[in-house]
Design a protein around this ligand. Structure first.
Ligand code: HEM
Length: 358
């Protein structure tokens, strides 16, 4: 029997098209429906792909609920951008009013860039600028209508996100390669220490698969700030295989969102004054106030706990002590308390304070 090439090509195309249609149907319709049913059967809140351990899906709503002051500003609280260079207004009594938020952003990216990349800190700072833009785009995408696999479409936003990812990767690889080329000698920054420890580990464990990398009131205040406004307002995890969590059975592929900010503001866990800023609650330490429960986790927990925890706390204490040695400060009437979440929790209209030189 003679089989024409045309017939073979048509059959192959038919099989490919049918398989593709089945896959798309499965992604877009069957699988989400199945997951939705599994979750609903157990009375769980969430959509088919994301399961929220908390009351609401909307993060800005969540933060709004969690904040002690309303985010919608009434007529008498008007956020304003301070007019002069660097948002600073000098007063006649020698004090000075400024929005410290851009300075604090600058400080933390400068500190981490210098600590991580040493002399390459300028490149490090570019990475932070890109990451900031990326955070805005992630939020934009997160607020659009959810449709499975939509992230694969080459929209303008998705393309820019990819570009940023590539540029960050290239910058990082460039810094690493430059260091490799310069050879041994520099280990007074994080990158140098990591590279040295990495090459030591590679030498020592070359035939093994895994290569491992390796003041009280102020503490209290930092803890309380981290409790009320945890920079990472939620933790996300993807379930890879069906998992039993207490009485719940969570199907594979569901994403779990653990809303840190809601746990940190829970009246049952923190008492009637849960949403008030009261550093004294940490007087006897974290384990005492949490009664040994996992109810305070601004840096996450378990194997993926924040590796920068001590770094961040030391940096904050050092910055605060330098400021306090030079200035007294008070909140300006221009400040509007409106925390919002753009990947991290941050002040929506800046942080206006009045500094008095000591
Ligand atoms: C106030 C400052 C900070 C807060 C509140 C914070 C919070 C967190 C949280 C909640 C996680 C866990 C995320 C998850 O489980 O999904 C995390 C992970 C991480 N953090 Fe931080 N972080 C801070 C500063 C830093 C700094 C300064 C660095 C770097 C020097 C850093 C590096 C990391 C890294 C590398 C991870 C991922 C660890 C892993 O997945 O194994 N963080 N952070």
């Amino acid at each position: 029997m003679e089989i024409s090439l045309d017939k073979v090509a048509t059959s192959v195309l038919f099989v490919i098209m049918t398989s593709l249609s089945c896959m798309i149907l499965n992604w877009v319709w069957l699988r989400p429906k199945y997951l939705e049913r599994c979750l609903r059967k157990q009375g769980l809140v969430g959509n088919s792909y994301r399961l929220f351990f908390g009351d609401t899906k909307d993060s800005s709503m969540m933060i709004k609920q969690a904040c002690s002051e309303p985010i919608e500003l009434s007529g008498d609280i008007v956020p304003r951008v301070l007019p002069f260079e660097h948002h600073t207004v000098k007063h006649y009594d020698g004090s000075c009013e400024l929005d410290v938020w851009p300075y604090l952003e600058n400080l933390s990216s400068d500190v981490i860039s210098r600590a991580a990349f040493g002399s390459s800190y300028k490149e490090g700072r570019r990475i932070f600028e890109l990451q900031k833009e990326q955070a805005q785009l992630v939020v934009k995408v997160g607020q659009s209508v959810y449709f499975p696999r939509l992230r694969f479409l080459p929209t303008k936003t998705h393309r820019r996100m990819k570009e940023i990812e590539r540029e960050v990767q290239d910058l990082l690889m460039g810094i690493i390669k430059k260091r490799e080329k310069a050879g041994k000698g520099r280990n007074d920054d994080l990158l140098g220490i990591l590279m040295e420890s990495n090459s030591r580990e590679i030498k020592e464990f070359s035939n093994k698969k895994s290569v491992r990398m390796s003041i009280k009131e102020v503490t209290m205040i930092l803890n309380e700030a981290l409790r009320l406004y945890p920079p990472a307002a939620l933790l996300l995890r993807i379930i890879h295989k069906e998992t039993k969590l207490g009485n719940l059975i969570i199907p594979a592929e569901v994403e779990i969102a653990l809303l840190t900010i809601l746990v940190h503001h829970d009246y049952e866990l923190w008492g009637e004054n849960a949403i008030q800023f009261n550093p004294k609650r940490f007087l006897e330490g974290i384990s005492k106030v949490t009664k040994g429960q996992v109810s305070f986790f601004p840096f996450g927990g378990g194997p993926r706990i924040c590796i920068g925890q001590n770094f961040a706390l030391i940096e904050t204490k050092m910055a605060l002590s330098i400021i306090l040695q030079n200035f007294l400060f008070e909140t300006s009437s221009s400040y509007a308390h409106a925390p919002c979440s753009i990947i991290t929790v941050q002040p929506q209209f800046g942080t206006h304070i009045i500094l008095h030189k000591i």
